[in-house]
Design a binder for this molecule. Structure first.
Ligand code: ATP
Length: 902
């Protein structure tokens, strides 16, 4: 076997390829797979190269501020002020270490999430279909492909049905190419190798089966080194704005520091070194250098929390957008409902049969008017059961005592119904082998299969699909006494009755064709002349948690719209159950097609339920809702949903039943396909945004308080209340560490009771600027006031400074509590004790300040001195006063409804 070399698989015949890869038509056996996996390794591309730890550590120093600090260290060393030099370098180093660790943690969090999205493949092994992680594929594996799949390895196609593949990732060609099983010329270019499906490309249409010829780095995509993914930047538009703001602020601060230096030296006669150091420490104190790191960490923690609640973020900016979502458009089946389908009724031309049992377990019998019966005594029912079993790709199997479904749940429910009727899957398929298929697509809403009797004397087509589609091509109906003209009114009435119970409808029709017919085309169905056999009613109960989440979204000012492929009456019944507004009526896809874009804008304001919708309708709906100024989250799972998902502000794909194509197009993937997870993600998105604001609201005033204390002293020509190294200390222990605690803030109460944030609101709102100025002023007043007062009492300057610093730190400590909620009061149990991170940060800070004040070596380094109880009393009183004042400010703003623009 020579799977590793390029052996021009595309030009070799199917038999030859299978022989070369030593695989039978039953696929590989388990032992063989194991051996090959060992030999070829997992089907995975080597991870993209990342900067090594050393480089990442050194990059922490690549920052203008650090350069200034290093220059200051060199300056002080030159003047032999070794203590200052040591402290400055210590601060630089500790900052770098903290930054390095934080960054590492943030990246780890994201890596863990990426690995949750690993693709799966459907393979044939030991004669059975299995879904396995794509990583476990080995050369020789036989893989099934269908529309929406991402090709999991390089495949030589063995059997192809109308397959088109989008190979843009590989060839740059955006038009999907037709595929075939016949070999092509040996010298064909990559784009012309129609007999191959290449790893990483997307199946746009059709079905096929192929054999793996290359895995991992041995695939075409693996060989193109440039393709090996770029590492995504840990950022979002908001974070970029903040970074830009931070840079401007830094420039302003450096100018201010320069001015202070010039002013202090020339007009206030300070010593040049002291002024220089004061200017440097001013810059360090004022520049919110911790801000970017804290933003990144907040974002990473948000993403991680969302993942823990089953919402996996694929593109980081979505975290922010989620917080301002105003409309969620959701699919019904599986997202709002449980997707555990059970056939409850089967209606034929003359009878209504009830089916017992729940779930995929084939236990339960048939009855009519409450009387149990044997299905094989009812020929039309038997025919219906056979039809729904044959025109079906799902399998229901018992494994470990439990009945499990492989395939689509609607089809699974039909298989189970047939098994309940005593049919055997394998036997039926052998009796009536399938010759061809038109697979189900939500755009045309049916599936058709062509079969012949195994003795070859009889061929027929089964059509199953949405009843309107099926009825439209039927002119006869089957009865016990043979076929007769169809009674459309009766079928229509039966449909309405079943749908009103919220059941999903599916119809089955049959048509006899020439015995030698072996291929099935659309005209075979669309030309009509079929015979209606039965109508099935399938229940799919709403998820309990979806009912709650819909209510939660509505109280959060978010409109929930349901867009479903199901029948209008079914859709309305389910929407009513879920609490989705049906007052505006239910609009069908057919009606949608008749209205103009302008009318559509009006319609989407009134109607919340859309039935019999196709993916194309979804795209139009998103556009219309957006045109009304809404921020839209839209769910989707099929290959054709990709454009709507891309267009939506937050495209949401389904992790379990979603196609790879829809996942690629989406910003977010739901690990559990559950609507509740979207609501959770919105809640977390709002929390992340709140926490980003909280970090800013906390950091800027602490920086402001520190900086203005120094500026005021210099302008007034007074003794500096904080020496430069002391400023560096305060900055390090508070700004960086305390603020970090806010990144871990849990969701504020009432987050889902307020309206969505208008997307254009700037983060630096008037309210924010006010709060920053207000708290900065309080901190300056306390710190400076305490220092001046103590100086006047004639205490040593070391003691006065130590008291001033502790006043500043205490003020920041209390303000950290205030900052936990932006406008809500925190003077309650949850507010004061609700965050472990805050309590830990405060505990650590108290220990550090204790050392700073009392430990002799630290006293020597920073020029501090021990404080007495009396000083601590005043310091504590200031902290409490600041806390109370900020709480009063919040209450006032809330009362006046200022700051509600958050
Ligand atoms: P949603 O968009 O809410 O997930 P859905 O899954 O019901 O809705 P579709 O999958 O487009 O939407 O299904 C629409 C209709 O097509 C169903 O009501 C049913 O009548 C029919 N249908 C669904 N699955 C199949 C299938 N596998 N074979 C034949 N017909 C099907």
């Amino acid at each position: 076997m020579r799977a590793k070399q390029d052996t021009a698989w595309h030009s070799r015949g199917v038999e030859d390829v299978l022989e070369a890869l030593e695989v039978s038509d039953k696929g590989l056996g388990t032992e063989d797979v194991k051996a090959r996996l060992e030999r070829y390794g997992p089907n995975r591309l080597p991870p993209p190269e990342r900067a090594g730890p050393l480089k990442r550590f050194l990059l922490q120093f690549h920052n203008v501020l650090i350069y200034i600090l290093i220059a200051a260290a060199v300056g002080t060393a030159f003047l032999q002020h070794w203590v200052d030099t040591g402290v400055i370098l210590g601060v630089v180093l500790i900052n770098a270490v903290i930054g390095f660790i934080q960054e590492g943690k943030a990246e780890q969090a994201l890596d863990a999430i990426r690995s949750m999205l690993s693709p799966k493949a459907l393979v044939l092994r030991d004669g059975e279909r299995h879904t396995v992680p794509a990583e476990d594929l080995v050369p020789g594996d036989i893989v099934f492909l269908q529309a929406g799949d991402k090709v999991p390895a390089d495949l030589r196609l063995l059997r192809v049905h109308n397959m088109r593949i989008d190979e843009a990732v590989l060839t740059g060609e955006s038009v999907a190419v037709d595929k075939q099983a016949d070999p092509v010329d040996e010298d064909a270019d990559l784009g012309d190798r129609a007999s191959m499906a290449f790893s990483g490309t997307l199946v746009a249409y059709g079905q096929a089966r192929g054999v793996v010829v290359g895995t991992g780095a041995e695939t075409q995509i693996g060989r193109i080194s440039t393709m090996l993914g770029e590492v995504e930047q840990l950022t979002t538009p908001l974070l970029r704005d903040i970074a830009v703001f931070g840079r401007w602020l830094s420039v302003a601060i450096v100018l201010l520091a320069g001015f202070t230096f010039v002013f202090g030296y020339w007009f206030r006669d300070y010593d040049i070194l002291e002024t220089f150091l004061a200017a440097v420490s001013l810059a360090v104190a004022a520049i919110p250098e911790g801000l970017p790191a804290i933003m990144t960490i907040t974002l990473a923690i948000g993403v991680q929390r969302m993942a823990a609640r089953n919402a996996i973020i694929r593109r980081l900016p979505a975290v922010e957008t989620l917080g301002s979502v105003t409309t969620i458009c959701s699919d019904k089946t599986g997202t709002l409902t449980r997707n555990e389908m059970t056939v409850k009724s089967i209606v034929t031309a003359e009878d209504v049969f009830e089916v017992g049992g729940v779930g995929y377990e084939p236990h339960g019998g048939f009855s009519r008017d409450g009387q149990d019966l044997e299905p094989d005594e009812h020929p039309v029912l038997s025919e219906a059961l056979r039809g729904i079993l044959l025109c079906n790709d799902a399998e229901v199997r018992q494994r470990d005592g439990e009945w499990r479904l492989e395939g689509d749940p609607t089809e699974g429910a039909l298989v189970t119904a047939a098994l309940k009727g005593g049919l055997d899957h394998k036997e039926t398929n052998e009796l009536y082998p399938r010759d061809d298929v038109i697979p189900f697509e939500s755009s045309y809403k049916f599936m058709a299969t062509l079969h012949h009797h195994h003795e070859g004397n009889h061929s027929f087509v089964y059509l199953k699909g949405a009843p309107e589609r099926v009825l439209a091509v039927c002119d006869r109906e089957r009865t016990v006494d043979g076929d007769r003209e169809i009674d459309n009114d009766r079928w229509q009435q039966q449909m309405d009755e079943i749908a009103a119970k919220g059941q999903r409808l599916l119809a089955l029709a049959v048509n006899d064709v020439e015995a030698d017919k072996r291929t099935l085309e659309f005209p075979d169905i669309e030309d009509g002349g079929l015979t209606m056999v039965a109508l099935c009613g399938i229940i799919d109960p709403p998820r309990d948690e979806a009912i709650e989440s819909v209510a939660e979204c509505q109280s959060a000012g978010i409109v929930v719209k349901m867009i479903t492929g199901d029948h209008g009456v079914t859709a309305r019944a389910i929407a009513d159950n879920l609490g989705i507004d049906t007052a505006g009526g239910v609009l069908t896809g057919h009606e949608l097609e008749k209205i103009s874009d302008e009318e559509m804008k009006q319609t989407v304001r009134e109607v919340d339920v859309f039935a019999r919708a196709t993916p194309e309708h979804k795209l139009r709906l998103v556009k219309a809702i957006q045109a009304n100024g809404h921020v839209v989250a839209m769910t989707g799972d099929g290959v054709n949903d990709a454009p709507a998902l891309k267009r939506a502000d937050v495209g949401v794909a389904m992790g379990i039943k979603g196609t790879e194509a829809s996942k690629e197009a989406a910003e977010m993937v739901l690990a559990d396909d559950n609507f509740a997870s979207i609501a959770h993600a919105v809640e977390e998105g709002r929390t992340v945004y709140d926490n980003l604001r909280k970090a800013i609201l906390f950091l800027l005033p602490t920086n402001g308080g520190q900086a203005f204390t120094i500026v005021a002293a210099i302008l007034l020509g007074l003794t500096l209340p904080l020496t430069p190294v002391q400023v560096l200390w305060v900055n390090m222990v508070t700004a960086v560490t305390l603020a970090l605690a806010l990144a871990f803030e849990p969701t504020e109460p009432g987050v889902m009771e307020r309206p969505p944030r208008p997307p254009e609101t700037p983060i630096l709102s008037g309210f924010l600027i006010w709060r920053v100025a207000f708290v900065s002023a309080l901190l300056v007043a306390g710190t400076f006031g305490h220092f001046l007062w103590m100086e006047q009492q004639g205490v040593a300057v070391e003691i006065a400074r130590t008291a001033a610093i502790n006043t500043l730190v205490m003020g920041q400590l209390f303000y950290l509590f205030n900052s936990r909620y932006i406008l809500e009061p925190v003077f309650n149990r949850a507010g004061l004790f609700g965050s472990r991170a805050v309590l830990i940060a405060i505990g650590v800070l108290i220990v550090l300040q204790g050392l700073f004040t009392y430990a002799p070596p630290v006293q020597f380094l920073f020029g501090t001195a021990a404080l007495g109880l009396e000083e601590w009393g005043r310091i504590l009183a200031f902290g409490v006063a600041l806390f109370v004042l900020v709480e009063l400010e919040k209450a006032f703003l809330k009362w006046r409804e200022v700051g509600a623009d958050r």
